[in-house]
Design a protein around this ligand. Structure first.
Ligand SMILES: Cc1cc2nc3c(=O)[nH]c(=O)nc-3n(C[C@H](O)[C@H](O)[C@H](O)COP(=O)(O)OP(=O)(O)OC[C@H]3O[C@@H](n4cnc5c(N)ncnc54)[C@H](O)[C@@H]3O)c2cc1C
Length: 293
């Protein structure tokens, strides 16, 4: 894995709650897109108020590490909305919300700011017989939904449902059937679970079908369980990706406060050699729910 040093080329407000940042620079020369519409990267932000002072970690076999004595660059995960290899540019669309390293950084972003970007990973993996798909997300998933639509062959029928804070957050999407729903996104309880069960009711014939869902992580626990356990979908017929956690600091503090044995038990859940990743995730999330997390 490489961690690239990128420079802000342009900043473009898209709506009241989303801003596009275009990154370029020599550091991005080795950036290789996977071409998958929901590909995401880790962004490494300046550790202090100087927007040009970036303490990039070193990449390692397991990911990355900050050399001893060097400040730690805060890291967040974002979708690559567009790649233009000929111009050496990538676009990232940021949701603006109340607080947070990334949201605060983008609110003040200007050309010349520096940021770290690692190599991308895509998660959307439709089955070979793909004939139709349903894409459901909250505002954080809108960049991925837009790029997935751009990449979808015309013969694949696509239905899209997006939960936004309000109508001012709507963005034009490639020609397709889109249902906009208002709420969630830190402005109220997320309705993603109900939206998924309405779009894919019990008894749906999944021949040729694929379901992709992204958004608030807690709401998606119910979605993953519904698709896998209630509908009994094979793991290759759906992908559910938690994008953000409300009140993440308090969640992390409560997690860290768990007794060592409980944390070890949670980690060990991932070692089960027989279960599919989706089933392991369901068991892990059920245990978190039992623990009030
Ligand atoms: C694979 C993947 C792809 C993603 N792609 C995108 C993307 O393209 N665009 C995008 O905007 N986000 C995307 N996200 C979500 C993004 O990583 C999180 O929203 C992240 O927490 C934002 O970081 P922050 O520093 O602004 O806030 P943090 O410091 O992480 O969080 C601070 C607090 O802000 C609140 N918060 C965090 N995110 C949101 C939000 N979106 N809406 C309302 N409240 C929030 C929470 O209460 C949290 O406790 C993606 C996440 C993943 C895993």
């Amino acid at each position: 894995m490489t961690i690239h040093r990128a420079v802000v080329a342009r900043v473009q407000p898209l709506t009241a709650t989303m801003t596009r940042v275009t990154l370029h620079g020599e550091g991005l020369a080795g950036f290789r897109t996977t071409g998958v519409g929901d590909e995401y990267v880790r962004l490494f932000f300046p550790h202090g108020p100087d927007r040009g002072d970036l303490s990039l970690p070193l990449s390692t076999d397991k990911g990355w590490e900050t050399p001893e004595g060097q400040p730690v660059a805060p890291m967040r995960t974002y979708t690559i909305r567009a790649v233009r290899p000929e111009a050496g540019e990538i676009d990232v669309d940021f949701v603006l919300h109340d607080h947070g390293v990334a949201s605060t950084w983008v609110a003040g972003a200007r050309p010349g700011d520096v940021i770290g970007v690692n190599d991308p990973t895509g998660l959307y993996r439709p089955p070979a017989d793909l004939a139709w798909q349903v894409l459901i997300a909250d505002q954080t998933g809108l960049p991925a939904v837009a790029r997935l639509l751009e990449n979808t062959p015309d013969e694949v029928a696509t239905r899209v449902v997006v939960e936004l804070p309000d109508p001012a957050a709507i963005q034009p999407l490639p020609d397709t059937k889109v249902t906009w729903v208002y709420g969630g996104n830190g402005h109220g309880a997320s309705r993603l679970a109900e939206l998924v069960s309405a779009a894919i009711p019990p008894g749906t014939d999944m021949t040729g079908g694929y379901v992709w869902v992204a958004g608030e992580t807690n709401a998606l626990r119910t979605v993953r369980r519904y698709l896998r356990k209630e509908l009994g979908l094979p793991a290759d017929r759906f992908k559910v990706v938690g994008y953000w956690i409300p009140d993440a600091d308090s969640w992390n503090e409560r997690y860290e406060a768990l007794p060592d044995a409980v944390r070890a038990e949670l980690v060990a859940l991932w070692d089960d050699p027989v279960d599919e990743l989706e089933d392991l995730t369901i068991r892990y999330e059920a245990r978190l729910s039992d623990l009030g997390l």
